[in-house]
Write a protein that binds this ligand. Structure first.
Ligand code: PLP
Length: 338
């Protein structure tokens, strides 16, 4: 099998890094105070294996009980655990194509069948009416496209699908709607979030899933005993309790997103209305792979996915306004030569 290839993490910090949808702004300033007061002595001991304080904070945030919350070492860990908890050897894993490129890799690791659902040219909602499977990874808003699917279509799918639906809301804080109520209502639906994007904590590795207690119980049974380290648990509590810091960063990114999308359109890029912290755009007069390379040569890193559905597009993370200026300037120069 081919392993998952994460976006590059260059050591050169001068690179304009718009390739892995990280947040360009710092996380909650309360984390600095927490770290200053942190008792190093506490690291002698193992952390709480079931992250009780953290799960209580998340439960309060979403109006449920801690038994309905699972926390993972990044949401990637939760995706992997779901393939082990909810799929029999003869079962199947579904997801949209294109979507998060880790899903087929996890299915290959688990050695089970995949049932990808092809999206149309507009990358909008396309679910066959009688679709079946054991587990469906439903990314909303979708990645790498940024397209948000209609809630009524997702609800109708959850009503009909017999397996477990994991709604991957990694980017939902940047969008206008979410599906958390489905996780609280259905007994086979999980909604997953991450602190890596809107909370500016990709380096922390913390994600969580909310859903019916028996699903959460299944995940708890098979996880590593101490899957979340002590520092991650404490920092995550502090970050989640400072919603206003997260919201302020999200608003800044949404403003830059509007501006960047408008400027790219003026330059002739074709794209889709994004509800995430990235734009999915097709360049004019130059192939996406050539543009990726030209930008790379100018020390600007964006994401290019080869393959039949994705190779005409670039995924560009929305960074700061200053980063957008550098990017737009480079694009004018490159496209001017074409
Ligand atoms: C759709 C989607 N789900 C999950 C993840 C994983 O996030 P985490 O950093 O929480 O593992 C990503 C990361 O890029 C993503 O794009």
């Amino acid at each position: 099998m081919s392993g998952y290839v994460p976006g590059e993490q260059p050591v050169d910090l001068k690179i304009v890094k718009l390739n892995t949808n990280e947040n360009p702004y710092p996380p909650s300033p309360r984390i600095r105070d927490l770290m200053a007061k942190f008792d190093l002595e506490a690291l002698r001991r193992y952390p709480d294996p079931v992250s009780r304080s953290l799960r209580r904070v998340i439960a309060d945030l979403h109006g449920c009980v801690p038994e309905q919350v699972f926390v993972g070492n990044g949401s990637d860990e939760i995706l992997a655990l779901c393939t082990r908890a909810f799929v029999e050897d003869t079962g199947s894993i579904g997801y949209f194509n294109p979507s998060y490129s880790l899903y087929p890799v996890l299915a290959a690791i688990r050695d089970v069948a995949t049932r990808p659902v092809e999206l149309g040219n507009d990358f909008g909602w396309r679910m066959p009416p009688d679709y079946t499977g054991s587990l469906f990874f439903l990314t909303n808003p979708n990645a790498p496209t940024g397209v948000l699917y209609p809630q009524n279509a997702i609800r109708a799918f959850c009503e009909q699908f017999q397996g477990v639906v994991l709604i991957d809301e990694a980017y939902v804080d940047f969008s206008s709607a979410h599906c958390m109520e489905l996780a609280l209502e259905f007994d086979q639906v999980l909604v997953m979030r991450t602190l890596s994007k809107s909370y500016s904590l990709a380096g922390l590795r913390m994600g969580y899933a909310v859903g019916a207690a028996p699903l959460i119980q299944a995940l708890l049974k098979i996880k590593d005993s101490y899957n979340l380290n002590r520092l991650t648990q404490e920092i995550a509590v502090t970050a989640l309790q400072d919603q206003s810091a997260m919201r302020a960063n999200v608003e800044r990114i949404k403003q830059t997103r509007r501006r960047l999308a408008a400027e790219l359109e003026k330059l002739g890029f074709a794209g889709f209305s994004s509800e995430a912290n990235f734009l999915w755009v097709k360049p004019p007069r130059i192939s996406a792979s050539a543009l990726y390379q030209s930008l790379f040569d100018r020390r600007i890193l964006v994401r290019y996915f080869s393959g039949p559905r994705t190779s005409d597009y670039l995924r560009i993370t929305v960074g700061t306004d200053a980063q957008a200026d550098v990017l737009l300037d480079a694009l004018c120069r490159i496209l001017g030569g074409h």
